[in-house]
Design a protein around this ligand. Structure first.
Ligand SMILES: Cc1cc2nc3c(=O)[nH]c(=O)nc-3n(C[C@H](O)[C@H](O)[C@H](O)COP(=O)(O)OP(=O)(O)OC[C@H]3O[C@@H](n4cnc5c(N)ncnc54)[C@H](O)[C@@H]3O)c2cc1C
Length: 361
């Protein structure tokens, strides 16, 4: 990441373009679907998967997000919700990154309330399903080889997952322009108009939104780790900068008020790392609950947001220049803060768990 990604990423960020030329190098690392033990997957477990997610985002949160969507959400949907045959069909090629995946859950009018209000429909027609509706914010979708689309079965009202492959008729992608965060990630709006997919592409073990939630619980931990990476990257750039920058005839790292900010950053990075290590250990032991992942996401992202702000502060004016990297982390943190469940929604999940009272509506 430091050698190949860091030198080129600001340029891609400015142009809002994805560095496709870096994909073969990332593929060689063998980190797609790292935690999963499905066909062709590395089966390295949640803790290693989380730490690698941190390391990617520590250099660039956009690449961290690209891998989170492909190796986490898309591969996770197939791994956790697909039949054995479907896992064999897609996972090995996705692990080799010959096929890139996307995950289509959020809709233009339904974000946080997706578990209740998902409006995209699926109608069974013989051996096929007919999908209609719209999706928004779908990472990688603009160039993905397959997109997992979550839609509500018109017959039984349950949410089901469908793998829609590139070139399928009735699905259209429109790249979302002018983002101020994660500009390298190619998010797209999706329009589904009588889009026909075979029954063989319906994820056979996705029977309700509860199965979608099983995927999100796992990937929410990855996002908590991405937040630690984003904070850690900003902290490390800030520490280096303060040692090099001179004011009043000495390095600014020697000023007490600057050290105060550096130590507050390190406190956040350390506490969120420790918390996520424990939760990933619980995940590896099969004990992770929704509220654990949500608590990690809340704490890691709120800490990240403060940390990147302090990092920018100690860089002074240079903090808003891309060439010093911290400005990119400040911007990208805003997206990590909101996706995979906002602070409010994850707080409500934890609140429900500790009080026994749901405060969602
Ligand atoms: C860069 C980026 C990448 C993304 N990638 C994907 C992807 O690959 N696939 C995908 O499916 N989705 C993706 N998303 C969507 C993301 O998951 C949603 O943005 C997120 O779930 C929030 O939904 P929303 O933006 O519609 O906000 P809204 O749901 O409209 O929320 C707006 C505000 O209202 C608050 N709010 C809502 N309900 C409550 C409540 N009950 N109590 C208190 N406050 C509440 C929220 O917390 C938030 O502050 C991505 C988003 C971004 C920004």
């Amino acid at each position: 990441m430091t050698r190949e990604v860091e030198p080129v990423i600001n340029d891609h960020w400015t142009r809002a373009e994805f560095p496709h030329e870096l994909v073969p190098g990332i593929a060689e690392l063998g980190i797609a679907g790292l935690a999963y033990d499905g066909p062709g997957c590395p089966a390295r477990g949640a803790l290693v998967g989380g730490m690698v997610a941190m390391e990617l985002s520590r250099v660039d949160p956009s690449i961290g997000t690209f891998m989170g969507v492909h190796g986490g959400l898309a591969m996770g949907s197939i791994h956790l919700c697909g039949s054995d045959e479907q896992r064999e069909r897609w996972l090995p090629a996705m692990a080799r990154m010959e096929l890139i995946g996307a995950f289509g859950l959020t809709e233009p009018e339904i974000g946080s309330a997706i578990s209740q209000g998902l409006a995209t429909t699926a109608r069974r027609d013989g051996d096929e399903w007919v999908l209609n509706g719209a999706k928004k914010w779908i990472g990688n979708a603009a160039f993905a080889d397959l997109v997992v689309i979550w839609a509500r079965d018109e017959d039984d009202g349950q949410v089901k997952g469908f793998v829609v492959e590139k070139g399928t008729e009735g699905i259209e992608f429109t790249k979302q322009e002018d983002k101020i965060a994660l500009r390298v990630v190619q998010n797209a709006e999706i329009a589904l108009t009588d889009c026909r997919v075979p029954e063989a592409n319906r994820l056979q073990r996705a029977e309700s939104f509860g199965d979608t939630s099983n995927v999100l619980r796992v990937t929410r931990m990855d996002v908590a780790w991405q937040a630690v990476g984003c904070a850690r990257g900003a902290f490390e750039h800030a520490l280096r900068y303060t040692k090099a920058r001179q004011q009043f005839g000495r390095s600014i790292a020697g000023f007490q008020l600057v050290q105060d900010l550096l130590v507050k950053m390190l406190t956040h990075v350390s506490s969120t790392t420790a918390m996520n290590v424990r939760a990933s250990q619980l995940q590896d032991a099969g004990l992770l609950k929704d509220e654990h992942a949500s608590l990690c996401k809340v704490h890691s992202t709120t800490s990240m947001r403060e940390t990147v702000g302090w990092a920018r502060e100690v860089l002074g004016g240079n903090g808003i220049l891309l060439e010093h990297h911290v400005g990119r982390f400040v911007a990208d943190a805003e997206a990590i803060y909101s996706y995979e469940g906002t602070r409010e929604i994850n707080t409500l999940i934890v609140g429900r768990a500790i009080t026994g009272e749901s405060a969602f509506v």
